[in-house]
Design a protein around this ligand. Structure first.
Ligand code: AR6
Length: 174
């Protein structure tokens, strides 16, 4: 049910890939920039409509748009926490970002979803701590999931890859 992949999330063929966005939801650098570049203008158009309707996206929340030109059908945009030293609710917000994305996938009856390592780039969240939260949140959610059959962690950098490999090995997950 959980798979680890090293690579570029914009190339992954799943029902939805998750974007590590910001509260404006209008694109940015890192994986966000890569997704908008590869997915084309339709994604930004839908993001703008959503922001017009519901306002800025608070950290921990998620919304869904088309995947545009991506191999993925949808993009789920979520906002992780900016790391401020660990006392500002960062762990809970990061877990909520994963949970909100998974809930949205379930709500839309999606079967496969791929996550990047939310908040561990520009937002500066420590990688090991983030990986433990990501994996635990997904494992807990999968116990009660009705539609989601597979979650892929798509890891871009070597450091995160080694961390995920170690944790997943210990959990005896293939
Ligand atoms: N595929 C998969 N993972 C990637 C890719 C890719 N193509 N590119 C980068 N990563 P970041 P954040 C990894 O900085 O920390 C944006 O400007 C990267 O190695 O993209 O949540 C937003 O608009 C790292 O492990 O997101 C926000 O303002 C992970 O993706 C802000 O950055 C997340 O790094 C969000 O910061």
């Amino acid at each position: 049910m959980i798979k680890l992949i090293k690579g570029d999330i914009t190339k992954i063929q799943v029902d939805a890939i998750v974007n590590a966005a910001n509260s404006s939801c209008l694109g940015g650098g890192g994986v966000d920039g890569a997704i908008h570049r590869a997915g084309g203008p339709e994604i930004l158009k839908e993001c703008k409509e959503i922001v017009r309707r519901i306002g800025r996206l608070n950290p921990g929340k998620a919304v869904i748009t088309t995947g545009g030109y991506l191999p993925a059908k949808y993009v789920i945009h979520t906002v992780g926490p900016v790391w401020r030293g660990g006392q500002a609710g960062e762990d809970r917000i990061l877990s909520n970002a994963y949970k909100s994305s998974l809930k949205l996938a379930e709500y839309n009856h999606l079967k496969t979803i791929a996550f990047p390592n939310i908040s561990t780039g520009i937002f500066g969240f420590p990688k090991l701590r983030a990986a433990k939260i990501a994996i635990q949140t997904v494992l807990d959610f999968l116990k009660k999931a009705q539609f989601i059959q597979e979650v892929k962690f798509v890891v871009y950098d070597e450091e995160n890859f080694v961390i995920y490999q170690e944790i997943l090995k210990k959990n005896i997950i293939k």
